[in-house]
Design a protein around this ligand. Structure first.
Ligand SMILES: [Fe+2]
Ligand SMILES: [Fe+2]
Length: 172
């Protein structure tokens, strides 16, 4: 059985993961409107991953005897200055999510909830990858500047991303 403060932190984090999905969907729509279908695809896949993350935490709450509860998902910013601006915000957002995950890990550790600590370490590792990916894309976009042919080659590269369910065996 999970204790209340940790259950609340995980519930809040389900909301944060769904907010991430909303954020990446709005960014995907923006990229689509700008004509960058590949970048839009990458962001859409990212949104689906965030939904999978949220649902996985929901499942953990149920598995540990808690009842998941739901709050309003905040509306994300809908318009952006440029594709580079989008990815700078992706990076800032992922750094923020890392802080949230670290707080949950510390709470689980301090409460001796080893099951949740073990569960959340997957997210700790995932955030390393999330920040590295976002950081790499910000650098590429900064280097590309206004060079359309470089931007379209980044677009083609990101168009190849396919959604892979991170937790195929644990779907409810
Ligand atoms: Fe996530
Ligand atoms: Fe993320």
């Amino acid at each position: 059985m999970i204790k209340d403060p940790l259950a609340k932190a995980l519930n809040d984090h389900v909301n944060a993961e769904y907010y991430s999905a909303y954020l990446y969907l709005t960014m995907s729509a923006y990229a689509n409107r700008c004509g960058y279908k590949g970048i839009a695809n990458w962001l859409f896949v990212q949104a689906r991953e965030e939904m999978a993350h949220g649902t996985h935490i929901y499942q953990h709450l149920l598995d540990r005897g808690a009842t998941p509860s739901f709050a309003d998902v905040k509306a994300p910013q809908a318009s952006y200055g440029s594709i580079k601006d989008v990815f700078e915000k992706v990076l800032a957002h992922e750094r923020h999510v890392t802080e949230l995950i670290n707080r949950i890990a510390s709470l689980a550790f301090n409460e001796n909830d080893h099951a949740t600590y073990n569960f959340i370490t997957w997210y700790v590792n995932e955030q390393v990858e999330e920040e590295a990916n976002a950081d790499e894309l910000v650098t590429k976009l900064r280097n590309a500047g206004d060079n359309q042919s470089l931007l379209y080659s980044i677009d083609a590269e990101l168009g190849a991303r396919q959604f892979v369910d991170p937790f195929p065996q644990t779907d409810a």
